[in-house]
Design a protein around this ligand. Structure first.
Ligand code: SF4
Length: 422
């Protein structure tokens, strides 16, 4: 089991939150932090001000935050670490929006621009099912001349071949684009997609739900109220969504908390979020970083804190906290799974968005590799559906423990890679 992480290799600060009890961690923390953590474990919701205070935690306070988040995860989600066998299909990278944090979008005639025809999307979907996938995650750029019914047509084409496949598709930005293109009311548009086979919506395009930050990230991105309207309407018509936060660029911890507060309020109203996924900013190939405006991604401390704070702040209302292995790598992902996280995300099979922005952690993890990593972390692997129904719990140690996990490229020294929010 992972017991220590070098928070800052230059200083060799080790975090031993697995080696001590929560009560010991509280005793070593400052009284105000210990009191807030104790109240959280007693079921009292953290206020935004209290959560901002916890977001400043360092040293013994930080260890107490991480340890409490891990214990709360145990209460809410148990010992299992779940994953879904899925495939990403990013059907086009042509995009008119021009987000500064994005390394994926291209002009129509730019080198590497592509738009997959429907039969290629269906072929990839069929291949995914043959390899055991239960979910397709489909998102793309926003080409200027795209038909607003194209999203529906993708669903119909896949469902004609694979009626049982769960399709998790189209960010709120894409939904708004379809609404604008077709002129249909939002509710009607979502009902049309649901009828065509849409199972759930990724809560991407959220980045940070703060219009001042969003203006700096992308002038043309949908506004906070639009993201909220799409998400709430989806929940109201029976389409669940995920929720995300992109961190490690120009935002501050108070923005994380304001963002989480809005998500918590939506969840109290609709109950439609399946999970929360912190997305570390992948900076290398983005204009935001290259223009000197965005920082070079998140620190390890921020990665751990964001996952832990999410666990504490949602306090069971959003029961699943997912790590994004594509953005964090395996080692940091496992650390975050011991600081509040309980879900490893998907096997993916292909991933273009983070890779285009500079991520180097690969595009596919086999279910056996997930199982081996989860075992090594002392937890129980379980395959789930998109909506967190368990498909198989691997309760006995059999051959998967012997599977070797591929080494991943890890930057030397302080972790300074990050990810796009889309
Ligand atoms: S993040 Fe999405 S909307 Fe923004 S430029 Fe990239 S592909 Fe386009």
């Amino acid at each position: 089991m992972l017991t220590t992480v070098d928070l800052n290799p230059a200083k060799k600060v080790d975090l031993h939150w697995n080696d001590i009890s929560m009560e010991q961690a509280w005793r070593q923390a400052s009284p105000v932090v210990a009191r807030l953590l104790e109240q959280t474990m007693a079921g009292m919701p953290l206020s935004a001000e209290e959560a901002v205070l916890l977001a400043q935690a360092d040293g013994a306070d930080l260890i107490a935050v991480l340890k409490t988040a891990d214990d709360l995860r145990q209460q809410v989600a148990g010992d299992r670490i779940t994953y879904v066998v899925n495939r990403n299909i990013n059907f086009t990278n042509i995009c008119i929006v021009g987000c500064r944090f994005c390394g994926f979008g291209r002009a129509p005639k730019a080198e590497g621009a592509y738009f997959l025809p429907l039969d290629e999307i269906v072929a990839r979907a069929v291949q995914a099912q043959e390899r055991g996938a239960t979910e397709l995650c489909i998102q793309g750029g926003l080409p200027r001349d795209m038909d607003g019914y194209h999203y529906r047509n993708i669903l119909l084409a896949i469902k004609a071949e694979l009626p049982d496949m769960h399709i998790h598709a189209f960010s709120p930005m894409e939904i708004i684009y379809g609404v604008e293109k077709t002129g249909l009311p939002l509710r009607e548009y979502l009902l049309m997609l649901k009828e065509a086979g849409l199972g759930s919506i990724p809560g991407t395009a959220a980045e940070v739900l703060d219009n001042d930050i969003r203006r700096l990230l992308s002038q043309n991105k949908l506004k906070v109220h639009q993201w909220v309207e799409v998400i709430k309407t989806a929940h109201q018509v029976g389409i669940p969504t995920t929720s995300t936060l992109m961190y490690g660029h120009i935002e501050e911890p108070r923005h994380w908390i304001r963002h989480m507060l809005l998500l918590r309020e939506i969840q109290a109203e609709t109950g439609g979020f399946t999970e929360f996924v912190p997305l570390a900013f992948i900076y290398e190939k983005t204009r935001l970083f290259q223009s000197g405006k965005g920082r070079a991604g998140s620190s390890l401390r921020e990665d751990l804190l964001v996952h832990a704070l999410a666990r504490l702040f949602f306090n069971g209302s959003i029961p699943n906290i997912q790590v994004s292995w594509v953005k964090l790598g395996f080692e940091v992902s496992i650390a975050c799974l011991q600081a509040g996280g309980n879900d490893f995300g998907g096997t993916l099979m292909e991933e273009s968005i983070s890779k285009s922005a500079g991520a180097t952690f690969g595009e596919y993890v086999s279910p056996e590799e997930f199982q081996a990593m989860i075992r090594n972390a002392g937890r129980v692997p379980a395959e789930r559906t998109t909506t967190y129904k368990l498909r198989r719990v691997f309760s006995s140690r059999d051959s998967e423990a012997a599977i070797r996990v591929r080494p991943q490229p890890m930057p030397a020294g302080h972790r300074h890679y990050s990810g796009t929010g889309y």
